[in-house]
Design a protein around this ligand. Structure first.
Ligand SMILES: [Zn+2]
Length: 472
């Protein structure tokens, strides 16, 4: 255990670092400046609650929080408000659990598409928290030490930000340094020793390397996900992978030109005409479910392939540095054909069909934004866009909250404490202005974001990052 973690553990003997971190008392002035509510006991009253478990929204609810934990949930008329509690009236608001961003990197393409990917230790954590994303899995990184140090800084109350579930360095030979099974074993153990809690295999990893990485990770109780190509989904299932990224997009299983351990050019991307009901797809779904392999969907980054989308938000344009904003605007204006756009739309609609069939078969679906590609999908804002796109794709708002909160917590083994609203759970809660059941855009209107029972002001967090994305 590294030095600062040891000190922190002393304050939190029972809970894990993840859960005890950043109690109100320990927050530095650098964090306090964003805090709007910090009371030992408070009651949120008259809220519409979507609790994250998949249960229907409940109207006019009260949620009582004491020392960072939820102590009561029920109708406002019947839940007693403890003496001395701060009362916050949430009439007209929706309360959901803090979101879990499961493909939420801390880097971003600072220039144009394919440009340099800069880590954003200042703006990323602020934007995630402001957007209601209270937990992230970094799902691959170029700078593992930056991620680990940021996590430590957030956990000890020195920086604002979400709970970070840090990945080790990418596992393959292009983004990472894995060129043999021995490399895979060595690097998994190295980064696990340094504090990584999960791993991401990337597109050019070979089957034997992936197998070795998974074996080492599993020995330590850690999970491996993959954005694959040279290894098919079926092969990844065979070697014990835990999770696959970008829905079924990268699956090369149905590519007639696929050769072992090679990523075919243009692989796997267009699945607009692949029948979800066909036997090969159904067989894949059955195998994923049988082997308990989770799927992470990332619709916000997929949407970037359609020029002019998503709708521009002021939190997006205001947070980008001038050079980065210009690159983004140029990209939005790039020439395209209606046929291109329709193909992407059909592809996405088919991905939603796949995901629904996967869930219906008992599969575990979670979501993340992936702030890469052309850069249209930005920290936190892309997670919110995921919500809108999943609802547009036919999931109900209640199902979508579950996919984006409880399911992430469950995959990470944290659902006992996080990912839903219930008595005994940690108070990671998001207050949204409006009725999320009727209006998916309410997901964009965070008014208070609670982490560990401390309420943060999203406007202040967004304001702090103005002009910073692309630089910090
Ligand atoms: Zn990614």
């Amino acid at each position: 255990m590294r030095g600062k973690q040891a000190v922190l553990a002393g304050l939190c003997l029972i809970a894990t670092n993840q859960l005890c971190a950043q109690s109100g008392a320990a927050l530095s002035p650098a964090v306090q400046q964003y805090v709007s509510i910090n009371a030992p006991t408070f009651a949120l009253t008259h809220a519409r609650v979507i609790d994250g478990t998949g249960d229907a929204a409940a109207e006019d609810q009260a949620v009582v929080v004491t020392n960072g934990r939820i102590t009561a949930v029920g109708p406002t008329a019947t839940v007693p408000v403890p003496a001395g509690a701060q009362v916050i009236d949430l009439t007209g608001k929706t309360l959901i659990p803090g979101l879990f961003g499961m493909h939420d990197h801390l880097f971003y393409p600072a220039g144009g598409t394919g440009g340099q990917r800069n880590h954003h230790q200042f703006s990323a954590p602020r934007m995630y928290l402001a957007a209601g994303v209270t937990s992230i899995r970094t799902a691959g990184t170029y700078e593992p030490y930056n991620d680990l140090n940021l996590k430590e800084s957030i956990d000890e109350g020195s920086s604002p930000g979400p709970r970070i579930n840090p990945s080790g360095a990418y596992l393959d030979a292009t983004r990472g340094r894995v060129s043999s099974p021995e490399d895979a074993r060595r690097l998994v153990n190295y980064w696990a020793d340094e504090g990584a809690t999960n791993f991401k295999a990337y597109t050019n990893i070979r089957k034997e390397e992936l197998k070795a990485a998974i074996e080492e990770a599993h020995k330590r109780g850690l999970k491996v996900t993959g954005h694959l190509c040279s290894v098919t989904y079926q092969e990844a299932i065979e070697v014990g992978i835990d999770n696959l990224e970008h829905s079924w997009g990268p699956a090369t299983d149905f590519d007639p030109n696929k050769k072992p351990d090679q990523c075919p050019p243009g692989a796997g991307r267009d699945k607009s005409t692949l029948e979800v009901g066909s036997e090969p797809v159904q067989a894949l779904i059955r195998n994923l479910v049988m082997h308990n392999v989770a799927i992470t969907t990332t619709p916000a980054v997929s949407e970037c392939a359609i020029p002019g989308r998503p709708p521009l938000r002021k939190e997006f344009t205001e947070s980008l540095s001038p050079v980065t904003l210009e690159a983004r605007m140029q990209n939005r204006r790039r020439p395209y054909t209606v046929a291109d756009s329709l193909r992407v739309e059909r592809n996405e609609a088919n991905a939603r069909r796949f995901e629904k069939a996967f869930i219906k078969a008992g599969g575990h679906l979670q979501a993340g934004l992936d702030p890469t590609g052309s850069g249209c999908s930005l920290f936190g804002l892309g997670d919110q866009r995921n919500f809108e796109l999943l609802v547009e794709g036919g999931f109900t708002p209640v199902e979508t909250v579950k996919i984006m909160s409880y399911n992430g917590a469950k995959f990470l083994g944290q659902a006992d404490s996080l990912g839903s609203i219930g008595v005994g759970k940690v108070a990671d809660l998001v207050v949204l202005d409006g009725n999320l059941v009727q209006d998916p855009t309410a997901i964009e209107r965070t008014t208070i974001v609670f982490k560990n029972g401390v309420g943060y002001d999203p406007a202040k967090l967004f304001s702090a990052v103005k002009g910073q994305v692309g630089i910090n």
